[in-house]
Design a protein around this ligand. Sequence first.
Ligand SMILES: [Zn+2]
Length: 423
Amino acid sequence: MGEINEILRGVRLLNPLSGFDGIVDVALEKDRVKWIRKTSDDPSGLWLFPGIVDMHVHLRTPGYQKAESLETGLRAAVAGGVTCVGMMPNTTPCLDSLAPVIALKELGESFGLAEICPVPCVTAGRAGKVCVDFEGFARSGITCFSDDGSPVESDNALLEAFHSLALFDGVVIEHPEVTSLAAGGAVNQGQASKETSAGGIPESAEFLDVERCIGVLRNSDSGARLHLTHLSSPESVRLAYEASLDGLRVTCDVTPHHLALNEEAVIAMGAVAKMNPPLRSEESRKKIVEMIGNGMVTAIASDHAPHTVEKKDQPLASAAFGITGLETLLSVTLDILAREAGMKPIDIIRLITSAPAAILHSAFSDIAPGKPLNMVLYSPELQWEYSSTFSRSSNSPFFGKTLTGKVLRVWRRRELYREGEFV
Ligand SMILES: [Zn+2]
């Protein structure tokens, strides 16, 4: 065992796997936890929990590094307390073959920041027709696939993916969208489409695809896993949850912005609050928050989608979809789910750590003696203005706003980040 480098005193340790939630002193070696002792004196008011696993992140590499590079994206991740990112494949060219995916993972690792969990395409060219070489990826330990940005259009490709992935317990991460129903839309169909005169995207454009994918999975009789990402409609959540009760291996995630904002944000702020799926009605937002409180949603993920000013500073109809989210995920999620769903911090932390890690099959452990450092020190009370970013883009409706709860320090194998600076 190495020497003690530092002792964190009186921190509230939140360990999502064991359920431990209590005040402790934690002794750290350079790269691992040495010991943890319960204490009652002098609580610091700070929380310590495992690094966040954000399973839905766009690092924009290759092809759109004007908006984000691998390094800036991973820095934004760490500044937000995220130590593992699910890297989505809708780049240019898209990530549908092994060599570039491995090269990106290795380049990412060379920065010594957050870990990359690659999520290559389900179909070649993300065209929704012909499946990629799943087994080739699986031999390199890559087991999560998505055509994100688009659904897997062909039922036949989806069926083939389920049968292939079942062999190594892989997962299809579906971006649920009926493209013909969403075509031409920019905002929620309802109040937002009426008040902005931009095209509407109905909730049915999402939940009808959720229903289709669950139907294909059920009929495949494959035992495969389906994950439905960035759900915005309570009907989608209900369908996913009921399928899981039926014994199908269906999981889902929701973004922090769909919890914190409704369509009034896009009416008031314009394209900076334009994303796909769009912000929904207040009724839908509230319902989803309640469903999360009732344990019907598996994970929260940022859908971090950086864009240049040129692509966002446009009329609603032509502006790009998406907002950045890595640096605000923790504050926004903890705040909303504690306040509105009455959830305990440890249950919220589980939704952004061990739960997504289980879906991605990424290595995950609680904070425990002997374990490599992978943790976040967080001040739940601290108010801060989100006015600078490590991302190359700042297209966020939270940019310039005051948020409650701030990441103070982050460790992954060693200390990476301390109070606004990289160590
Ligand atoms: Zn998507």
